[in-house]
Design a protein around this ligand. Structure first.
Ligand SMILES: Nc1ncnc2c1ncn2[C@@H]1O[C@H](COP(=O)(O)OP(=O)(O)OP(=O)(O)O)[C@@H](O)[C@H]1O
Length: 569
C-alpha cells in the first residue's frame, strides 16, 4: 500500500546522516522525506536504511542526499514501500546489533536525565535551563521555591514570563557568557551567571544560575566589618557596658545557633524565604525555634523595617479570635472597646504576621484567613468596608497538618496556600552537636542581660547536658540555663549543680521502644514543674504585674497568659 510521502516529516538533503539519525531516534520516526533546497522531494529515508548505513560504516557526517545516492544502486528510494521489501542480507545482524546499541544508548540517556534532575534539585543555588528559543526546559526546586512557582508552571514558558529582568534569551543569541551579573528579582539585587550551551558549533540553549548568598553575603561581611570597627572604637574609649546593647545584640539569622547540617539547611531556606513575599510554613516540635526562625525571615527581608506581629492562635478563645485578627468597629459587640480596635492584620501592615499554632485555628476562621491571603483585604467585625493590607504571613505549628487535612480538621486549600515555603525544625535530640554552642550562647546572653559574671560549664556537666534528651527542645535548654544562673554561685557549672533529672543517665526518648513515651512524659513533667516554679517566682518578684513578669522571664505576654492557664496559676 502506497503512503502519502508529503505527510511525512522532512529533512533537507544537506543534513548529515548523524543529524537525521538523531532526529529519527529522538522522535521515534520510521521514515522521513528528503527534500532538496527548492523543497522538491528527492527520496525517502527509512529507519532501517539508517541502520544499514550505520552497519556498513558510512561516515556519519555524510549529507543524507549522498547517503540516498550511495544506496540508490541497491534500492529505488523514490518508490514507495521499497524499503519494506528490501531483501535481508548478512549485514542485517549488524543492523540488529546497532539497533540494540541504540536502545541501550537511549536507556542510558533516560537514566542520565533522571540523575541530572536529582542533582539539580539537590543544588543549593537556583538553576534554570532554556533552549535555543529561550523556552524554559528545566528548572530546579530551589529556583521554584525562590520564585514561588511550581516547576510545571515554568516548563514550556518563555523565560521572560517566568523570571523577572532575565537576559538568558539574549545570552542564547549572543553566545557570550555573563558571569556575576546583578539582576533585580522581587526588588532584590541577586547575583546571577548566564552560560550559553554549545553543541556542534551552535548555541542550543543556556543555563542560568542564581547565587542566593551573593549580594547579601557581601553586605553581611560589610556589616560585620562595621560592627568590628565600632567595637574597636568602643574599647578604645573604654566604654564598658555590662548590658547587651541594641547594636551588638545579634539579629535575625545570627540568633539561630547551630551548625548541624539540618540547621545549616534551615538557614539557607531562611535566606531564600526572606527574598520572596510567599507564605512560609514552619513546622517542628514545641520549643524548637519556630518563632526565632519567623523573626529571622522577617528581619532579613524587605519588610524588616515594618512590624513583626505574633499571634498565638491557640491562646485566644475562639469567640475573640476574629476580633483579635481583624479588629472591630465601635460598638460592634457588647463589651467592645470604645472607638473600636485594629486587628493584628492591620497592625502588621507593611510587615509580617506570625500565626503561631495555626493547627489550632478553628475551621471557620481558617476560611477567613484564606480569604485575606487571597484578596489581601480585611474587614473589621461590625465594619462596613474592607481595608487593603500588605502583610507577609508566616505560620507555624507542631501539629501534623497533612494528617489534619486528611481527617478534615484543617482546610486543604489553606494548607496549600500556607505550604508554599516549608521549613522543618528538627528536635534538639536529633542535633546534639549543637547543644554546647546553644548552652554557651544563652549563658552569655543571659549573664549580660542580668549583669552577672559569665559562667561556663565543666566537661562533666557538658557531657550530662549533651546526653540528655531535651523533650522540651531549645526552650527547655534556655530554661535550664536561666535556672543555673540563679542557682550557681561561682563561675563554673559543675555536674553536681545540674537538676537531678538531667544527670540521671537516660536513653533518648525517641530510642525507647515501649516505655519511651512514658519516660519522656515523666521528664516533661519535671521540666513543667520547674517552669511552673519559675513563673510563680517571676510573678511574685514582679508584684503580680504580668507584663513585668513576662519581661523578667524573657517570654511574650501572650505566652505567659498561655502558661498561666496551662499551670492553673
Ligand atoms: N537555633 C536556636 N538558637 C538559639 N536559640 C534558639 C534556637 N531555637 C530556639 N531557641 C530559643 O528557644 C526558645 C524557644 O524558641 P521559639 O519560641 O522560637 O520556639 P517555638 O518552636 O516557636 O515554640 P512553640 O511551638 O512552643 O511556640 C527561645 O528562647 C529561643 O530563643
Amino acid at each position: 500500500m502506497a503512503s502519502d510521502c508529503s505527510a511525512l516529516p522532512t529533512v533537507v538533503c544537506r543534513q548529515t546522516l548523524q543529524e537525521v539519525m538523531q532526529r529519527m531516534a529522538a522522535r521515534g520516526l520510521e521514515s522521513v522525506n528528503v527534500i532538496d533546497e527548492h523543497g522538491r522531494t528527492v527520496g525517502r529515508c527509512t529507519w532501517r536504511m539508517m541502520l544499514r548505513a550505520a552497519a556498513d560504516g558510512l561516515d556519519r557526517s555524510m549529507p543524507i542526499g549522498e547517503v540516498l545516492m550511495a544506496f540508490s544502486d541497491k534500492w529505488e528510494t523514490k518508490q514507495e514501500g521499497v524499503c519494506a521489501a528490501m531483501p535481508m542480507s548478512e549485514s542485517d545482524s549488524k543492523a540488529t546489533n546497532e539497533l540494540e546499541r541504540l536502545r541501550r544508548e537511549l536507556e542510558e540517556t533516560h537514566r542520565l536525565a533522571e540523575t541530572m534532575k536529582t542533582v539539580l534539585d539537590a543544588a543549593y543555588e537556583g538553576v534554570v535551563v532554556v533552549d535555543e528559543g529561550g523556552v524554559v526546559r528545566e528548572i530546579n526546586r530551589a529556583y521554584c521555591q525562590f520564585l514561588g512557582i511550581r516547576r510545571e508552571e515554568a516548563i514550556g514558558k518563555h523565560v521572560t514570563e517566568v523570571i523577572e529582568n532575565t537576559r538568558l534569551h539574549i545570552c542564547v543569541q549572543s553566545g557570550i557568557p555573563e558571569r556575576g551579573y546583578i539582576q533585580k528579582i522581587y526588588g532584590q539585587p541577586m547575583v546571577v551567571h548566564r552560560i550559553p550551551i554549545w553543541r556542534d558549533g551552535k548555541v542550543i540553549g543556556a543555563i542560568g544560575m542564581l547565587i542566593f548568598q551573593g549580594v547579601s553575603e557581601v553586605y553581611e561581611i560589610f556589616r560585620r566589618l562595621q560592627e568590628l570597627s565600632r567595637e574597636a572604637s568602643r574599647k578604645e574609649k573604654k566604654e564598658a557596658k555590662p548590658q547587651e546593647t541594641a547594636a551588638s545584640a545579634p539579629k535575625g539569622i545570627e540568633r539561630i545557633i547551630g551548625r548541624h547540617p539540618s540547621i545549616a539547611a534551615v538557614k539557607q531556606m531562611i535566606r531564600r524565604a526572606a527574598r520572596v513575599p510567599s507564605t512560609v510554613l514552619i513546622t517542628g516540635e514545641s520549643g524548637t525555634g519556630k518563632e526565632v526562625v519567623a523573626r529571622a525571615i522577617h528581619e532579613a527581608g524587605p519588610h524588616a523595617d515594618g512590624p513583626f506581629v505574633s499571634v498565638n492562635c491557640a491562646a485566644i478563645p475562639e469567640s475573640l479570635l476574629e476580633a483579635e485578627l481583624f479588629g472591630y468597629e465601635d460598638g460592634a459587640f457588647t463589651g467592645a472597646k470604645k472607638g473600636g480596635k485594629p486587628g493584628k492584620f492591620q497592625l502588621a501592615h507593611g510587615g509580617t504576621l506570625f500565626l503561631d499554632e495555626i493547627g489550632d485555628m478553628p475551621l471557620a476562621m481558617q476560611a477567613k484567613i484564606l480569604r485575606v491571603l487571597e484578596e489581601k483585604k480585611v474587614e473589621k467585625v461590625g465594619g462596613l468596608y474592607e481595608t487593603k493590607v500588605d502583610v507577609r504571613i508566616i505560620a507555624a505549628t507542631n501539629k501534623p497538618l497533612e494528617e489534619m487535612v486528611r481527617n478534615g480538621t484543617f482546610r486543604e486549600d489553606l494548607f496549600y496556600r500556607l505550604n508554599i515555603i516549608r521549613i522543618h525544625l528538627p528536635p534538639l535530640r536529633e542535633r546534639k552537636t549543637d547543644i554546647p554552642a546553644l548552652l554557651a550562647y544563652h549563658m552569655d546572653r543571659m549573664c549580660r542581660q542580668f549583669g552577672v559574671a559569665l559562667k561556663s560549664f565543666t566537661k562533666e556537666a557538658m557531657e550530662v547536658l549533651v546526653h540528655y534528651s531535651w523533650p522540651g527542645n531549645v526552650r527547655e535548654l534556655v530554661n535550664v540555663v536561666e535556672w543555673l544562673i540563679s542557682m550557681v554561685e561561682g563561675e563554673k557549672v559543675e555536674r553536681e549543680h545540674l537538676p537531678s533529672y538531667l544527670s540521671t543517665v537516660q536513653p533518648a526518648a525517641s530510642s525507647l521502644p515501649n516505655g519511651g513515651v512514658k519516660m519522656a512524659d515523666r521528664w516533661k513533667e519535671m521540666v513543667y514543674q520547674s517552669e511552673r516554679e519559675r513563673i510563680a517566682a517571676a510573678l511574685v518578684a514582679a508584684g503580680g504585674n504580668k507584663a513585668e513578669a513576662a519581661r523578667r522571664l524573657g517570654i511574650h505576654r501572650s505566652t505567659l497568659y498561655e502558661k498561666l492557664k496551662k499551670y492553673g496559676l
